[in-house]
Design a protein around this ligand. Structure first.
Ligand code: C2E
Ligand code: MG
Ligand code: MG
Ligand code: MG
Length: 284
């Protein structure tokens, strides 16, 4: 009886594995095609001053418009893209598109904003990564300060020495650096000490619980304190309610990003928001 079950279990397991490997191969092939056929788009989510609601920056978030499957979220394809290495091609496209868009908004005379771009660990390890970033900024005549690279803590674990060199080089060139999903990785405090980050993004898992959950509220307050002590900028991610926003303001975390202020939206929608803010405050 036990033996038969074991046999069946094993059989099932290999079939499932085959299916998964097949999916991965198909996915890799599709990602290559997607790049060629320009099936990716960037959405932009406002980063605001929570007190005034003014947009100070946007985060570029990729979407894949699959011809059959419709919109696919990055959580579903970025990990596979990182494993296969196609993330480098996708990342180049993202960086280029984000800088193009920033230049376009500047040319329209819209209020200045920071463009935050997510960078995966694989991209950071490219030998020519810094050169690529600087070449893209030059191509669109963008001062480096307009670009902010968001890097998660988990990206820093391997190859730390090398990553430190790359990040220092970027910082020296004036590119801004932020730690994404802060508080969810390891050794966060040592990274803050040794790496040239400008800004911390408090992970949305903590923001979700405030103000009701005491543990999330305590962690959020501690992170705010760390940023202040280290003289770093700070932004809270995943702000969905008025109560969360009020708690953050009360604890002196001014910068916020989340559905309460705006979901990731098209470039045209951002443009419209920026125009409205100019009309609301014509003196600025
Ligand atoms: P992330 O960089 O931490 O981005 C924040 C995620 O939270 C986004 O999910 C955003 O849509 C979502 N979000 C923002 N505000 C709220 C809120 O109030 N409530 C909730 N529930 N969610 C909120 P998204 O766009 O699905 O992206 C997921 C992750 O995929 C990103 O996490 C980032 O790590 C990665 N990613 C996205 N675009 C790129 C890209 O161009 N390159 C790379 N390498 N990774 C990317
Ligand atoms: Mg991010
Ligand atoms: Mg995040
Ligand atoms: Mg994330």
């Amino acid at each position: 009886q036990a033996k038969a079950e074991g046999g069946r279990g094993f059989h099932f397991f290999t079939e499932e594995m085959n299916a998964r490997v097949l999916n991965r191969v198909t996915l890799d092939k599709n990602l290559h095609t997607a790049l060629e056929h320009q099936e990716f788009v960037l959405l932009y989510q406002p980063q605001v001053d929570g007190a005034s609601g003014q947009i100070t920056g946007v985060e570029a978030l990729i979407r894949w418009h699959h011809p059959q499957q419709g919109e696919i979220s990055p959580a579903q394809f970025i990990p596979a893209a990182e494993e296969s290495g196609i993330i480098n091609g996708i990342g180049d496209w993202v960086l280029n598109q984000a800088c193009f868009q920033t230049r376009h908004w500047l040319d329209l005379g819209l209020p200045e904003l920071t463009m935050a771009v997510n960078i995966s660990a694989v991209q950071l390890r490219q030998p020519d990564f810094v050169d690529k970033v600087m070449a893209t900024l030059r191509q669109y005549r963008l001062p480096a300060e307009y670009l902010e690279l968001e890097i998660t803590e988990s990206a820093l674990i391997r190859d730390t020495q090398r990553i430190v060199r790359i990040l220092n080089e970027l910082r020296k060139q004036g590119v801004r650096l932020s730690v994404d999903d802060f508080g969810t990785g390891y050794s966060s405090l040592a990274y803050l000490k040794n790496l040239p980050f400008d800004k911390i993004k408090i992970d949305q898992s903590f923001i979700r619980g405030i103000p009701e959950r005491e543990d999330d509220a305590a962690i959020t307050e501690v992170i705010i304190g760390i940023a202040k002590s280290l003289k770093m900028e700070l932004i809270a991610e995943g702000v969905e309610t008025k109560e969360q926003s009020a708690f953050l303001l009360q604890h002196h975390c001014q910068q916020m990003q989340g559905f309460f202020f705006g979901k990731p939206m098209s470039a045209a929608e951002i443009e419209q928001r920026l125009r409205q803010s100019v009309e609301a405050c014509p003196i600025q």
